[in-house]
Design a protein around this ligand. Structure first.
Ligand code: ZN
Length: 464
C-alpha cells in the first residue's frame, strides 16, 4: 500500500519534471546561429493544462510586480456601470443631468511608414522577443520605493535601448507579426511563420503598461503628461512650487525618439513600441474618462487633447493595446465584471485610440483557459494575450479544445527595478539563472542605476 503510494508520488513528480523540462529547457537561451534565431515555442505540449491551472508555472513566472502598479497609478478595480442594457430590478431613476453629447473623434491620422530597401532575411515568427516595462522614474528625488520597484530610471532605459541595439534587436510593429484568420466563422490569430527583418537583426516588440499619469500620483517622480509641441513629442510636468518643465529626456517615448534619430536601424519600417492603456483614470495624462466630469474636468477637451497625442504616436509608429479598463486582478473577476470591463475600455479608451486585438493582463494575472472570463475577452475581440515573466514564453495557438484554440499567448520579459535585482539571485547549484536570461538583452549590472536608486547592486565576484 505504502509502496504503491510512493510510486504514484514519484510518477507524478517525474511527469512534472518532464513537462517543466520541455517548457523551460527548450531553446531559452539557445546559441545564436548565423541564419536563425532560436525559437522558444513549446511544441507538443498541451498548454490547456497550464492555462486551466493544472500545472502551475508561477514558480518561473513573475506577476507584473508584487506591489502591483501602485506607483504607476493603478489601484482601481471598480468599474462604474454605465450600460443601459443591464437588467435591473430597481426602477430607473429620472436622469436630470445634462447629457454629454460628444461623438468620439474617430478620424485616423495619416500614417506613412518608410519602406526598408536594404537586404533582409526571414526569421521564425516564434523567435520574436517581447519586453515590457512601465513609464520611467523621471525625477528620482521625488520617487517612492514602489516606483523604484516597478520602473526604470532614464539612465537605465537608455542603457537598455543601447544594449538591445548592440545585441542586434530591431523593433517591429506588434501588429505585423501575426495573421488574423477565420475558422468556423470565428476570427483567430496566429504568429506569422516567417518575419522579415533587416539581415542580421532579430525582431523585438516592446510594450509599456499603464501610461496613466494618475492625477492622484503627481509629484511622485513621474511626468504629468505627454504633449505635442512643434510636431514633436515632449513630456510636461508641473511641480509643487509652480515650476513647469517640458522635457525630451525623461520618459520612455521621448528617449526612444531620440535614440532612433541616432540609430534609425533600430526601427524596422518605422515601428516603435506599444502602449498598453487602462481607462479608469484617463490616458497619457489626460482625464478622458467620463467620471472626471464630476470632478470639474472638461472631459471633451481632455479627449481632444489626448487625441492629438494619440494621432502623433500612431503617425510615428506607435500602437495601442488594452491593459483592461480598471486594472484589477482579472482571474478574480466575475464574468459580468469582465464583460463590463471590456465594454468600458471600448467606450472610454478605444473611442480615442481605436480597436485592438491585443490584451495585456494587469499584474500579468490571466483568467484561466476555457473559463467564462477568458471567453468574455475573446468575445470582446482580443486574440493576442500577454502575461509577464522572465521567460520568453510564446504559445502560437492554444492547443487543446475550447473556444480559444488558435489564439496567441505571449509572455513579456519583465524589465523593472525589481527584476534587475534578481540578477544577484543564485540557485542552489550556484548558477545565476535570471542573470543568464537577462544577458540575452542587457547586462543588469551595467544597466542598474546605483546613482539614483535607493538600493545599490554590485556584480558578485563569481560573475566578474
Ligand atoms: Zn499595469
Amino acid at each position: 500500500m505504502k509502496n504503491n503510494f510512493m510510486i504514484a508520488i514519484l510518477t507524478v513528480l517525474l511527469l512534472v519534471a518532464v513537462i517543466f523540462g520541455v517548457l523551460f529547457g527548450s531553446g531559452l537561451l539557445g546559441e545564436p546561429s548565423e541564419v536563425s534565431i532560436p525559437a522558444t515555442s513549446i511544441p507538443n505540449l498541451d498548454i490547456s493544462d497550464i492555462l486551466s491551472g493544472n500545472i502551475d508555472v508561477s514558480v518561473e513566472s513573475f506577476p507584473d510586480t508584487s506591489t502591483g502598479d501602485e506607483s504607476t497609478g493603478d489601484v482601481s478595480t471598480e468599474i462604474p456601470d454605465t450600460s443601459t442594457g443591464d437588467v435591473s430590478t430597481e426602477p430607473p431613476k429620472p436622469d436630470t443631468s445634462e447629457p454629454v453629447v460628444t461623438p468620439p473623434d474617430t478620424s485616423e491620422p495619416e500614417v506613412s511608414r518608410p519602406t526598408y530597401t536594404g537586404e533582409t532575411w526571414q526569421v521564425s515568427g516564434l523567435s520574436v522577443r517581447h519586453l515590457f516595462t512601465h513609464c520611467l522614474i523621471a525625477y528620482p528625488e521625488l520617487a517612492s520605493n514602489a516606483a523604484f520597484t516597478d520602473c526604470l530610471t532614464a539612465p537605465e532605459w537608455k542603457k537598455v535601448l543601447q544594449s538591445l541595439y548592440d545585441n542586434d534587436f530591431v523593433l517591429v510593429d506588434f501588429n505585423s507579426i501575426y495573421d488574423i484568420y477565420e475558422e468556423d466563422g470565428v476570427e483567430k490569430a496566429k504568429m506569422k511563420s516567417k518575419i522579415t527583418v533587416p539581415k542580421g537583426k532579430k525582431p523585438l516588440v516592446i510594450s509599456i503598461d499603464d501610461v496613466v499619469y494618475d492625477p492622484k500620483k503627481t509629484n511622485q517622480g513621474m511626468v504629468d503628461k505627454l504633449v505635442i509641441r512643434d510636431n514633436e513629442l515632449w513630456t510636461y510636468t508641473l511641480f509643487k512650487d509652480g515650476r513647469e518643465e517640458y522635457s525630451q529626456d525623461n520618459e520612455i517615448f521621448v528617449i526612444l525618439e531620440d535614440f532612433i534619430d541616432m540609430h534609425p536601424d533600430f526601427s524596422y519600417e518605422g515601428a516603435k513600441i506599444t502602449l498598453a492603456l487602462t481607462g479608469f483614470a484617463g490616458i497619457l495624462g489626460y482625464r478622458t474618462d467620463s467620471s472626471f466630469a464630476e470632478q470639474g474636468y472638461d472631459v471633451a477637451k481632455e479627449r481632444k487633447e489626448a487625441k492629438v497625442v494619440v494621432d502623433w504616436l500612431k503617425a510615428n509608429g506607435y500602437t495601442f493595446a488594452s491593459h483592461s479598463y480598471a486594472h484589477g486582478r482579472m482571474s478574480n473577476f466575475s464574468e459580468e465584471k469582465t464583460i463590463r470591463d471590456c465594454r468600458k475600455w471600448k467606450e472610454e479608451v478605444a473611442s480615442i485610440v481605436g480597436d485592438t486585438n491585443i490584451f495585456i493582463y494587469p499584474y500579468g494575472d490571466w483568467p484561466k483557459y476555457d473559463t467564462a472570463n477568458h471567453k468574455a475577452l475573446l468575445d470582446a475581440g482580443f486574440k493576442i494575450f500577454n502575461g509577464t515573466s522572465t521567460m520568453n514564453y510564446l504559445i502560437n495557438g492554444f492547443p487543446g479544445k475550447g473556444a480559444s484554440v488558435g489564439n496567441i499567448f505571449m509572455d513579456r520579459f519583465n524589465v523593472t527595478g525589481q527584476t534587475l535585482l534578481y540578477a544577484t539571485r543564485q540557485s542552489d547549484d550556484g548558477s545565476y539563472k535570471f542573470y543568464d536570461r537577462m544577458m540575452e538583452y542587457y547586462d543588469p549590472f551595467e544597466v542598474y542605476d546605483n546613482e539614483n536608486r535607493p538600493e545599490t547592486m554590485y556584480r558578485p565576484d563569481d560573475l566578474q
